[in-house]
Design a protein. Structure first.
Length: 262
C-alpha cells in the first residue's frame, strides 16, 4: 500500500491510496447529499474551463507565490465557508467546482519519476468502505461502470488542469497580475464608521495592464479565448462584498483590521 506523506497532500485529502482490485475489491461507494469536508474550506482551486460558471456565484482570485493558480472564494477568512452549513449541506443552488466534486478520488503519480497517473482515493472518506449497500468499485475483479466513470471524470479534470496551466503561463508572461486588496467599511452600532476590514493575500488581474495590451499580445488573447476568462474574473470580484454580507448574517466575522497608516 502506497500512502502519500501528509505534507505533500493536496487540499481536502488526508491520505491517498492507489485503488486496486486486489486490496479494495470488496469496497463500495455510497452517495451523499452533503460535503462535510468543505465546511471549513474558504478557497477551492478551479480550472480555467470553470471561470464562466463560477463567476456567477463566487469571486475568482489567484493564489500568491511563484506559480499562482485560480481559486474561488467561499469565504473571506480561514475556516469560513458561507455556502456550506455546519453539516456540510449547500445553503442554496450553487455550482460546486470539479476539484471538490472529484473527492475522495484523484489521479496521482505513485512515484515522482513515474509518467503514469493512477486512480487513487482518500481512505479516510466516509463514502468509501466495506458497506452492505452502495455501488461496488469492482465487479468480478474489474473496475465497475461507476469506477470507470470516476476515472473518466478524473482524466477530464487533469486535461482541464493542463489547459489551466497553459492559461496561467500566458497570464504570467503578460505580467497581468497584481497584489489584490479589498477594504470594506462598515458602521458600528452607533452608525459611525468602524475600522475597515482589509483583505489581502491574493492576486488579481490589473485592469490597467489589461487595457494597455496592444498588437499581437491582445490579438493572441482574443483568438485563444483568454479575454472572456479574464473579464469573468474581474466581474466576479464584486461578489466579495456579497460574501462579506453573508459572513455578517451568519455571525462569522473576525475583528476588523486597524486602518493602514503611513
Amino acid at each position: 500500500m502506497a500512502t502519500a506523506p501528509a505534507n505533500n497532500l493536496p487540499l481536502l485529502y488526508n491520505q491517498l491510496e492507489p485503488l486496486s482490485s486486489s486490496q479494495h475489491g470488496q469496497l463500495k461507494a455510497r452517495t451523499r447529499d452533503s460535503a462535510p469536508f468543505l465546511v471549513n474550506v474558504h478557497a477551492i482551486p478551479i480550472t480555467s474551463d470553470e471561470f464562466i460558471l463560477c463567476q456567477r456565484h463566487y469571486p475568482i482570485v489567484f493564489s500568491v507565490g511563484e506559480n499562482p493558480v485560480p481559486l474561488v472564494l467561499m469565504g473571506l477568512n480561514e475556516g469560513v465557508n458561507v455556502f456550506i452549513d455546519d453539516e456540510g449541506k449547500p445553503r442554496g443552488e450553487y455550482y460546486i467546482p470539479a476539484y471538490a466534486r472529484r473527492y475522495p478520488f484523484m489521479l496521482a503519480r505513485l512515484r515522482p519519476e513515474a509518467d503514469e497517473l493512477s486512480l487513487c482515493f482518500d481512505p479516510t472518506s466516509d463514502v468509501i468502505g466495506d458497506f452492505e449497500e452502495g455501488t461496488p468499485l469492482f465487479e468480478e475483479g474489474k473496475p465497475s461502470a461507476a469506477t470507470s466513470a470516476l476515472l473518466k471524470f478524473c482524466e477530464d479534470f487533469e486535461m482541464s488542469a493542463q489547459r489551466t496551466a497553459a492559461f496561467m503561463k500566458e497570464v504570467k508572461e503578460a505580467d497581468l497580475l497584481m497584489d489584490g486588496e479589498v477594504s470594506i467599511q462598515v458602521n458600528n452600532e452607533n452608525g459611525e464608521p468602524a475600522p475597515p476590514f482589509i483583505y489581502r493575500g491574493f492576486k488579481m488581474v490589473s485592469e490597467e495592464k489589461l487595457r494597455d495590451l496592444r498588437g499581437d499580445a491582445l490579438r493572441k488573447m482574443n483568438q485563444n479565448g483568454m479575454l472572456p476568462l479574464l473579464f469573468a474574473h474581474l466581474f466576479s470580484l464584486q461578489l466579495i462584498r456579497e460574501i462579506f454580507g453573508k459572513q455578517v448574517e451568519q455571525g462569522k466575522m473576525p475583528q476588523p483590521n486597524p486602518p493602514i497608516t503611513n
